[in-house]
Design a protein around this ligand. Structure first.
Ligand code: BTN
Length: 250
């Protein structure tokens, strides 16, 4: 059902009972210049979901939300890609905090944790044309009603709150939150987004173990730099880490 309370996200809706990957499908739709910004691809059963760093994403059919939407953030330069990740992560953060009424964190760069369990994953795929971001496909896997997970680090809204939810209600509320943060980005409110994002980071100002280049060490999350790298205060001073360079040990 087309969401009632958004301006453009989901107004053009593509529903497929089954689909390999909504991100892959949305990337194909981006090839059509007539595809409007906000086009949303959603499925009940994603059979070959893709995650970050070449991982797969699995979701039980009909129990969770798996969808992707198309943005056209031509106002961003390629080196500003990270700000889109901040806006999307924060949209989910806002939604989850309000919906669950309990503490939620963003585990850098963009895992959403509630009750220290990952309840949501984000995969953003950008296409750069010249010096701007022509399209971004924002893929979201939000675990809603799934009750059992093989990993103790994974969960759903249901495992966190004990309640089951109507997927349509969750989607409608979530899309509004995502759109609000995207509009803030479009209005250039990057400094505010960065501040809110850093405040939501998992491990902020706490001494925790990390692993980088085969070495384990303690560090304290301090925020991110302009490129979105994670800033850790360590015994060797402040260090910045890019994706793939660092792992949380937790
Ligand atoms: C991750 O945490 O590794 C990111 C997972 C992203 C999964 C979503 S589900 C909808 C969309 N389609 C995909 O193939 N992947 C994303």
């Amino acid at each position: 059902k087309i969401p009632a309370n958004t301006l453009f996200i989901g107004k053009n809706l593509v529903f497929m009972p089954e689909c390999h990957s909504t991100n892959t499908h949305a990337l194909q739709l981006c090839q059509e210049p007539s595809t409007p910004e906000g086009t949303l691809v959603i499925t009940d059963n994603q059979t070959a979901g893709r995650g970050q760093m070449g991982n797969s994403w699995e979701a039980h059919a009909g129990q969770n939300l798996t969808f992707s939407f198309i943005l056209k953030p031509a106002f961003l330069r390629p080196h500003e890609q990270y700000s889109l990740n901040m806006a999307i992560s924060l949209g989910l953060y806002d939604f989850l905090s309000a919906f669950l009424q309990q503490p939620v964190h963003i585990k850098w760069p963009n895992d959403l944790l509630a009750d220290d369990r990952k309840v949501c994953g984000i995969l953003i795929e950008n296409s750069i044309q010249g010096s701007t971001l022509a399209h971004a496909v924002v893929g979201i896997g939000l675990n809603v009603n799934q009750a059992n997970f093989s990993s103790p680090r994974a969960g759903s809204l249901r495992t966190v709150s004990g309640q089951a939810y109507a997927l349509q209600d969750v989607l409608d509320t979530l899309l509004v939150a995502l759109e609000q943060r995207y509009l803030a980005l479009r209005q250039g409110k990057t400094a505010q987004l960065k501040k809110d994002y850093e405040r939501a980071l998992f491990g902020l100002d706490e001494v925790r173990p990390f692993k980088a280049g085969g070495e384990e060490f303690e560090g304290t999350v301090k925020g991110i730099d302009e490129a979105g790298r994670l800033l850790l205060e360590t015994a060797a001073g402040m260090r910045a880490f890019a994706l793939k360079e660092i792992e949380f040990v937790y």
